[in-house]
Design a protein around this ligand. Structure first.
Ligand SMILES: [Zn+2]
Ligand SMILES: [Zn+2]
Length: 235
């Protein structure tokens, strides 16, 4: 069954996201807008996924657990998992690999870890948007070791992306799925030798505020590898 999706949404845990991007508010609005499945993908952290899972269950939405990793090369990679627990385990490892320097919320914005009732539950001491000291090859392997699927995020954007950092997709770096800001250009990117052919292309909102949440969703086909991750964590 094809599902309407938004698989790249930041909650208030991401310092660059608005504080009203709470897991419960996101789930409620996405349901209202017509989504079937959403992914909360905060920078280098899974800590708001338990609240997101509870909120999605309450609203009758499927949650695809995710993290948007910032690799050592400063390439953003979406890591998708079957379960929140797998994402949390990967998040713990990522946290250990983040640089240690003081996080000042007055400069960077707040990093809110919340429960399903939008109550703050804990503080995160490191700045989550930094680059981990693991390269993109390490991140793909780590994600796969937890049964996850790694997907280059907004791969054709002009910053923090596969193409902006590396210039093209190296022949030894394979993905089954890629997220593009301009999915209609995929064929042209392949013809130009920038990307490898044969990948499933997804496109999501990358919303950092409620107004950025989309109202027109694309369909996730049952043949998309990400579809295989769904179903375990839902009723
Ligand atoms: Zn990103
Ligand atoms: Zn993002």
């Amino acid at each position: 069954m094809a599902l309407f999706y938004d698989l790249h949404i930041h909650s208030a845990l991401s310092p660059c996201a608005e504080n009203d991007m709470t897991p419960a508010t996101i789930a409620g609005l996405c349901k209202l807008n017509g989504a079937d499945v959403i992914a909360l993908a905060d920078h280098n952290s899974a800590l708001n996924l338990p609240a997101a899972k509870a909120a999605c269950e309450a609203y009758g939405l499927q949650l695809l657990p995710a993290i948007e990793v910032n690799t050592a090369e400063e390439i953003h990679v979406l890591c998708y998992f079957k379960t929140v627990e797998q994402a949390l385990k990967m998040g713990e490892i990522l946290y250990d690999h983040l640089p240690i320097y003081g996080y000042d919320e007055a400069i960077w914005g707040r990093q809110l870890v919340m429960d399903a009732d939008d109550k703050e539950t804990q503080c995160v001491e490191k700045l989550l948007t930094g680059a981990v000291d693991l390269d993109i090859y390490d991140i793909v392997k780590l994600c796969q070791s937890f049964g996850g699927i790694a997907v280059p995020a907004h791969a054709d954007k002009d910053s923090y992306s596969l193409l902006s950092v590396l210039g093209f997709q190296p022949p030894d770096l394979h993905f089954d799925v890629i997220e593009l800001a301009h999915p209609e250009k995929y064929e042209a990117y392949c013809k130009a030798g920038l990307l490898q052919p044969g990948m499933e292309v997804i496109h999501s909102s990358d919303a950092h505020s409620l107004s950025m949440l989309q109202e027109n969703f694309m369909l996730l086909c049952s043949t998309n590898p990400l579809h295989q991750l769904l179903g375990v964590q839902t009723k």
